[in-house]
Design a binder for this molecule. Structure first.
Ligand code: ADP
Length: 494
């Protein structure tokens, strides 16, 4: 509606300006033409009456003018010379009236009866309304040709009937055309906007359906219908559907997460409950059972604590870009530090470092987060190593990325499981992983952290032979930024 009203007003304005200009210039041309007739008449009469001398009187005016004018109608078919007489042509014009006055303003001759009083002093030309018709009046003094003496006056009037009629006709044409154009444009605008805005209607309908859905109604399948037109608004419908799909995925993930968390917490809670019931029934009097139950419960509580901590880490890992988007870290320094720490903590393992960087290399990542990811990967490498207790850590770079790899020669991951190891709470062997203190969240945290800093975490593995986890992080190119590297943890044991 707004669109069509807007179009209508726009067209009306443009048309009005255009019509006004056209009307004005057309009127001017017509008026000029009408004025020209009057000027010609004034000229011809003044010329005819300028030959003699002395003031104009009845007797010297009438013969000069009437000889040409008397009963014009009677002489219509007369000789052609009559038609070439400019005075006759002028005086015979239907709307032209010529009057001659003496010096006192007394009328001596009038070609037609003109209801306009002669005025010797007013403006020489003017337009006056007489009986609803515009009349152009022009007055001129008549002088003798010989010594330029004032003889009298001539007043010529022109009833602008044709001029007025032409102007009215033009106005009517413009009005009709203008209104038709405005109506047509508004209608066209209305139809066009209805047609073009259909995708918006579809989106509105979809939103209404989703809003009106009662609690528990399935909204997962409510989508904007697919549109065949390939324009921006149709794309908007598709984008809206994509957004709904994504929101649906988030909701499902959230539900899955809550389910997973309650499932994960159920086991330790059940174990603690079992022990407490045991103690409650009869175990509290048996110091052996008491000690065992307390120790088992404490173990489960620790597990719950670590689970809660990891869940917190996971949720924070999703917002790294907001909170730590500008942190810069020397990747090599962190790798060396974690490598040395593990060497110290796990003396029964052989750690091999392959350092191709040999210089500070800045990556845009919060130092503690890089450390956390490396610890998760090295921890897993230790946890899932079998006979060959050897872990290789390598760090290298190309033009844009720093690549860090953690390789072990342990149990490896089968091809069907490899896709799922980054999923939350996923463990290849749930019972064994639980024995080793794993919650199945380590790799999810690591992946989210790395991806939060626009990097990639990938894995290659052969079952029974070992796995390689590769991190690739974008290098910060500006040297100035590299010098800002924050060195929070100085306990580097080189
Ligand atoms: P967890 O705390 O159980 O180790 P992760 O998310 O770190 O959880 O790992 C998920 C699963 O991926 C592990 O349970 C394990 O089965 C498998 N996995 C991770 N790292 C390795 C590795 N280096 N070698 C073999 N399997 C691994």
């Amino acid at each position: 509606m707004k669109w069509s009203v807007g179009t209508g007003i726009g067209v009306l304005l443009i048309f009005a300006v255009f019509a006004a200009l056209l009307y004005q210039s057309f009127s001017n041309i017509l008026l000029r033409q009408e004025k020209q007739y009057v000027t010609d008449a004034v000229g011809v009469v003044s010329e005819r009456l300028s030959h003699d001398s002395g003031e104009l009187t009845d007797s010297n005016v009438k013969p000069l003018l009437s000889s040409n004018f008397d009963s014009v109608e009677d002489r219509q078919g007369a000789s052609s010379s009559l038609y070439s007489d400019s005075l006759f042509v002028t005086l015979s014009r239907k709307n032209i009236g010529v009057s001659v006055y003496n010096l006192d303003g007394k009328g001596l001759f009038a070609s037609r009866r003109v209801p306009i009083k002669f005025d010797r002093v007013g403006p020489a030309e003017r337009i006056k309304k007489v009986n609803g018709t515009n009349v152009y009046v022009r007055r001129s003094a008549i002088y003798t040709k010989k010594n330029h003496e004032l003889r009298g006056y001539v007043q010529v009037t022109n009833r602008l009937v044709e001029y007025d009629a032409a102007r009215n006709k033009l106005l009517l044409i413009f009005l009709v055309f203008g209104l038709t154009a405005v109506l047509l444009c508004s209608l066209l605008g209305y139809i066009l906007s209805l047609w073009l805005l259909r995708p918006i209607d579809d989106i509105n309908e979809t939103i209404d359906k989703i809003n009106e859905a009662e609690d528990g109604d399935p909204v997962a399948n409510i989508r904007v219908p697919k549109l065949r037109y390939n324009d921006e608004l149709s794309n908007l419908g598709n984008l809206f559907n994509d957004m709904l799909d994504q929101m649906q995925r988030y909701i499902e993930q959230q539900q899955q997460f809550v389910e997973d968390v309650s499932h994960e917490l159920r086991t330790p809670v059940a174990i603690i409950q079992g022990h407490l019931e045991l103690l409650n029934r009869w175990g509290k009097d048996n110091p052996e059972v008491l000690a065992e139950s307390i120790s088992a419960s404490l173990q489960e509580i620790n597990r719950m604590k670590s689970l809660v901590q990891e869940m917190l880490d996971l949720s924070r890992a999703e917002q790294v870009e907001i909170h730590f988007g500008k942190e810069i870290t020397d990747a090599r320094e962190v790798v060396l530090q974690v490598f040395n720490n593990f060497k110290m903590i796990k003396p029964d393992f052989v750690f091999v470092l392959d350092d191709d960087l040999n210089e500070r290399t800045a990556v845009q990542m919060y130092r503690n987060h890089l450390e956390q990811v490396l610890i998760i990967l090295l921890d897993n490498a230790v946890k899932y190593s079998t006979e060959r207790q050897e872990i290789h850590l390598s760090v290298a770079k190309n033009a844009r990325y720093v690549d860090i790899a953690v390789q072990d020669f342990g149990e490896g991951i089968s091809q069907q499981n490899i896709k799922r190891v980054f999923n939350r709470f996923y463990r290849v062997d749930k019972a064994r992983s639980r024995d080793k203190g794993g919650n199945g969240l380590g790799l999810s945290i690591a992946q989210r952290l790395i991806e939060g800093y626009h990097g990639k975490l990938t894995v290659e593995s052969v079952l029974g032979q070992g796995s390689v986890f590769r991190i690739s992080l974008p290098i910060v190119q500006k040297d100035s930024k590299a010098s800002d590297i924050k060195s929070e943890n100085n306990g580097i044991a080189k």
